[in-house]
Design a protein around this ligand. Structure first.
Ligand SMILES: Cc1ncc(C[n+]2csc(CCOP(=O)(O)OP(=O)(O)O)c2C)c(N)n1
Length: 583
């Protein structure tokens, strides 16, 4: 062998060795995806762009994670949110820098307000371009700081694995919520050794609170002394998986149970002790019960103004027990006589033990009698009409056709409130709605996340003709991915909820709420490859719903409903719970 050939071989093998050494090191994009796999991520909803191309290039090779290409980043973040609500696992979305990142903002705020675990990953311009108004640069960590549990900007590829690990921990522990990871483009191509830290070192973050036994004792005592107790369940019960304990508390005490919009599903609507939703569009009997209660047991609730109405008169005769994972919630809006910081499930288990030990034997006969009278006197009702479809009737029919077994997602407006009032939920994590932020356009993409989580389930998105247009581009994603989502548009040709306020409080001056100029929703469905049906007569409602629910295709059902129908009862903003209109 000539010396020249020998030399060449040596050089080649040296290169090979160097290459092998380098290959133990992964690029930022590879580290990201490996870390996501370690966190058990199965699906990412996202949209590519310049700053996250290296991540997409890696996704091209990845087999273990499904990526759903939405048609808008807002669709991606709501879909991840819907997936999280349906599974209890964090949803993951991915966007590019600048406009991609800012398109996530509404969805991140939405998840934050409803305490939904979410990890949002954004591309960012390269570190050296930061702060120079570079092409597609936006300070997304700055923008999202007030609406996330934490916003990370990754400045060193060696930190990336740890940051991903921390992000999932933060999103899912304590009060769940969104976390953002902003990933500069150069970090995604730089290499580092992949080390996944087994332990997390977050000294300032202590989400677990020991349940205070003395407070549990006080709560038990207050319950034993109560004559007119009401249990008030919120989204925290669902997040904590505490529905069983809630049912046990209701059974043991015999107390009636009401819930917030976010708490729908935590307690079965068909249960005789269930009062339905409380607050602005709650049932009259729930509002009266809270108004007259002498003990309010708030579980995983934040006493939102849509619940309390005028704060100074809210449950003013009641002692308040307030259990919440987030200590900052205790006493924030409503004074808690017995505040208990901690996981609702754990706290309820402790409370049940103490109550049983003390021999809980409440006599609530006259209280229950009073409530039953209210139920009889002020049921939810609407005027039935022979030839016009009433929106409430459509919801009742969805309930009947699906036997209350469907996964219901809503948009925001009157239809949302009717869904909360008239759909009978029996299980947690089956009713999904934008509670805190009230985001029109949430429902359709969230339904994608829900259907991805439960491919076999019947999913209905109950929509208004206004809301459905806010993210209707996602019909393309739905059809492309063969998701058999059913959209029931309660088409009143108005931004109905705003029209209702204009009618009741603004002298019927219907300023810019007439939705004339809508698309033909049947043709829209067809344009996207879905099935569209227009339904104009009450007798056609049920067959259309049956057809849609049984079909493996996506449906858009355009129910032409009574334009003038309003949501009642209604506690006007800032009024007391007993000052209901239309009860
Ligand atoms: C993104 C967004 N913009 C504006 C609003 C204010 N808003 C609340 S309800 C509503 C009307 C919704 O109309 P539609 O979707 O047709 O439902 P309807 O009330 O008629 O059932 C509007 C505009 C909102 N909640 N979200």
């Amino acid at each position: 062998m000539s010396s020249a050939v020998l030399e060449e071989l040596q050089v080649r093998s040296r290169d090979d060795v160097n290459k092998a050494i380098k290959e133990e090191h992964l690029t930022g994009a590879q580290i990201l995806l490996k870390a996501l796999e370690k966190e058990g991520v199965e699906v990412i909803f996202g949209y590519p762009g310049g700053a996250n191309i290296p991540i997409y290039d890696e996704l091209y090779r990845t087999k273990n994670i499904t990526h759903i290409l939405t048609r808008h980043e807002q669709g991606a973040v709501h879909a991840a949110d819907g997936y999280a609500r349906a599974t209890g696992k964090p949803g993951v979305c991915l966007a590019t820098s600048g406009p991609g990142a800012t398109n996530l903002v509404t969805g991140i705020a939405n998840a934050y307000m409803d305490s939904i675990p979410l990890v949002a990953i954004t591309g960012q311009v390269a570190l050296g371009l930061l702060g120079r108004d570079s092409f597609q640069e936006a300070d997304i960590t700055g923008i999202t700081t007030p609406i996330t549990k934490y916003s990370y900007l990754v400045k060193d590829v060696r930190d990336l694995a740890r940051i991903v690990h921390e992000a999932f921990h933060l999103a899912t522990t304590g009060r769940p919520g969104p976390v953002l990871i902003d990933l500069p483009k150069d970090i995604t191509v730089q290499k580092a050794e992949f080390k996944y830290p087994p332990e997390l070192d977050l000294p300032g973050y202590k989400p677990r609170t020991m349940i205070n036994a003395a407070q549990i004792g006080k709560a038990a005592q207050a319950i034993l002394e109560a004559k007119r107790p009401v249990i008030f369940a919120g989204g925290g019960v669902i997040n904590a998986g505490a529905s069983k304990e809630l049912l046990a508390l209701a059974t043991l005490t015999g107390a009636p149970v009401t819930y917030s919009l976010m708490g729908k599903g935590a307690f079965p609507d068909a249960h005789p002790q269930c009062l339905g939703m409380v607050g602005m569009h709650g049932t009259a009997y729930a509002n009266y019960a809270v108004w007259e209660s002498d003990l309010l047991i708030g579980l995983g609730v934040r006493f939102d103004d849509r619940v309390t109405g005028k704060l100074s008169t809210f449950a003013s005769q009641a002692k308040v027990i307030h259990i919440d994972i987030d200590p900052a919630e205790l006493g924030k809006n409503v004074v808690a006589h017995v505040p208990i910081a901690g996981d609702v499930k754990e706290a309820l288990s402790e409370l049940l033990k103490v109550l049983k030990a003390k021999g809980c034997n409440l006599d609530l006969a006259s209280w229950r009698q009073k409530i039953d009278n209210w139920k009889r006197e002020y049921p939810l009702r609407y005027e039935k009409s022979g030839n016009v479809i009433k929106p409430q009737y459509v919801i009742e029919q969805i309930n009947e056709v699906t036997k209350g077994e469907a996964y219901i997602v809503t948009e925001v407006g009157q239809h949302q409130m009717w869904a909360a009032q008239y759909y009978q939920s029996s299980k947690p994590r089956t009713f999904f709605t934008s509670g805190g932020l009230g985001t029109m356009g949430f429902g359709l993409p969230a339904a994608m996340g829900v259907q991805m989580a439960h491919p076999e389930a019947v999913v209905f998105n109950i929509a208004g003709d206004g809301s459905i247009q806010m993210n209707s581009q996602e019909f393309a994603t739905i059809v492309h991915n063969k998701l058999p989502i059913n959209v029931a548009i309660l088409n009143n040709h108005y931004l109905g909820m705003v029209r209702q306020w204009q009618e009741l409080f603004f002298g019927k001056r219907y300023s810019h709420t007439d939705m004339t100029g809508q698309p033909d929703f049947v043709k829209l469905a067809e344009a996207y490859g879905a099935v569209g049906l227009r339904v104009e007569k009450p007798e056609d409602v049920r067959p259309a719903l049956e057809e849609a629910a049984a079909s493996p295709r996506a449906y858009i059902l355009d129910f032409v409903v009574d334009e003038s129908e309003n949501v009642f009862p209604m506690v006007p903003a800032g009024a007391s719970l007993n000052e209901m209109l239309g009860r």
